[in-house]
Design a protein around this ligand. Structure first.
Ligand SMILES: *Cc1c(COP(=O)(O)O)cnc(C)c1O
Length: 378
């Protein structure tokens, strides 16, 4: 057995990354003005099937701007999944809106859209304040069920912002959204290009929308809301959130490889599914109506398994595995946030385990992971 470590998820940088970054250096365009930023936006928008894309310094910044433009403010609250990476909630908090944490459903581990729908309808009938927006996270790359959320939008004008940070390439395959990529069903879709995401720019993010005016406004906010070409005039409080040309150059090169990356991610997931199906574990969500990006392969262990002990054992065997996220209602900054349910998210966290699934993982490395799990769970 090799003594090398099998990493959880590391980037693959074997394409035109170096050539394009060299081009930036040779041209002197290293900052936020430069041809790769617009090219990355154009090619990204085409890739997901959105009319417009706005490149940002990271996914959290993309969410912050999108939520602000969707109407999140100190006057109200935003509904989102309690089972997600903390950045989803931080972006809400940056707008000064209060996060309303919604439990997961069992089928996809995503926000329980039906429970949310029914509670919002109840609040509307009772004359209570309604959420300013719904931020739906496509958790671990699996598309969320959208119909109840789009129904809320149609009935009450509550906009939907998609946190698609983990879900580049995922899509719906049945129903009214069939054929559409995640990120294009809401008013805005936001993506992340952090080092462990489907594609990476080192750090980066993207907002997509089909609304030309909103795209223009988003771009304006990411560039300090500057109004004049020459002078220093600004018409509102903006941010220094625009992606740099160097990062965008990486993004263009990574995007060229997206089909291969997605193919590998899904292949790796299929191998795990086939090999782990005989173990007493719950495999990752899979439904007939959507196709996941298979971003981070994660299973649920039986309750009897000591997760901490298993993580130690895997680490000892040179395998980088990770627990899932503690739900936001268990996290220090959000202990006082309002919660709708929470027991399902608690259970997913208590039993969840993410396994190595880098695009570049070898068949031998994957077999090592599978063998070690088999031995541990026997
Ligand atoms: C990674 C991630 C983000 C934040 O993206 P950054 O680029 O790291 O700022 C937001 N939401 C979810 C669900 C994520 O996984």
């Amino acid at each position: 057995m090799s003594g090398s470590v099998v990493p959880l998820a590391v980037p693959e940088l074997g394409g035109n990354e170096r050539a394009y970054v060299d081009e930036c250096l040779a041209s002197g365009y290293v900052s936020s003005v430069g041809p790769f930023v617009e090219r990355f936006e154009r090619e990204f928008a085409a890739s997901v099937g959105a009319a417009h894309a706005v490149a940002c310094v990271n996914g959290t910044a993309a969410l912050h701007v999108a939520l602000r433009l969707a109407g999140a403010s100190a006057d109200g609250y935003v509904a989102l999944s309690t089972f997600t990476f903390i950045a989803s909630a931080n972006a809400v908090a940056y707008t000064s809106a209060r996060p309303w944490l919604v439990d997961s459903e069992r089928t996809t581990w995503n926000l329980d859209a039906e429970a949310l729908h029914d509670e919002v309808v109840r609040r509307a009938k009772a004359g209570e304040p309604l959420p300013q927006a719904v931020e739906v996270v496509h958790v671990l790359g699996h598309p969320a069920q959208m119909e109840p959320l789009l129904a809320l939008r149609d009935s009450y004008g509550i906009p939907v912002v998609e946190d698609a940070a983990e879900a580049l390439g995922a899509r719906w395959t049945e129903g009214p959204l069939a054929g559409r990529s995640v990120g294009t069903a809401g008013l805005f879709g936001c993506f992340s290009f952090n080092g462990n995401k489907i594609i990476t720019t080192g750090g980066g993010g993207m907002i997509v929308t089909n609304d030309a005016e909103l795209a223009q406004h988003a771009r304006h906010l990411t560039t300090q809301a500057k109004t004049s070409r020459r002078g220093y005039l600004h018409d509102e409080i903006g941010y220094n959130y625009r992606l740099t040309n160097i990062a965008a150059a990486l993004g263009v090169a990574q995007l060229e490889q997206l089909p291969r990356f997605l193919g590998r991610k899904r292949q790796i997931a299929a191998v795990y599914d086939a090999e782990l199906t005989h173990l007493p574990v719950t495999l990752p969500p899979s439904v007939s109506w959507a196709e996941s990006s298979s971003w981070l392969y994660s299973i649920l262990l039986p309750e009897s398994v000591d997760l901490e002990g298993l993580l130690n054992r895997l680490e000892g065997a040179g395998i980088q595995a990770r627990p899932l996220w503690p739900p936001l209602h268990r996290q220090q900054p959000y202990l006082c946030a309002e919660v709708l349910g929470g027991a399902v998210a608690d259970d997913i966290y208590a039993r969840g385990l993410s396994l190595p699934c880098s695009v570049g993982i070898t068949a031998d490395e994957q077999q090592r992971v599978i063998e070690e799990l088999r031995r541990a769970l026997r």
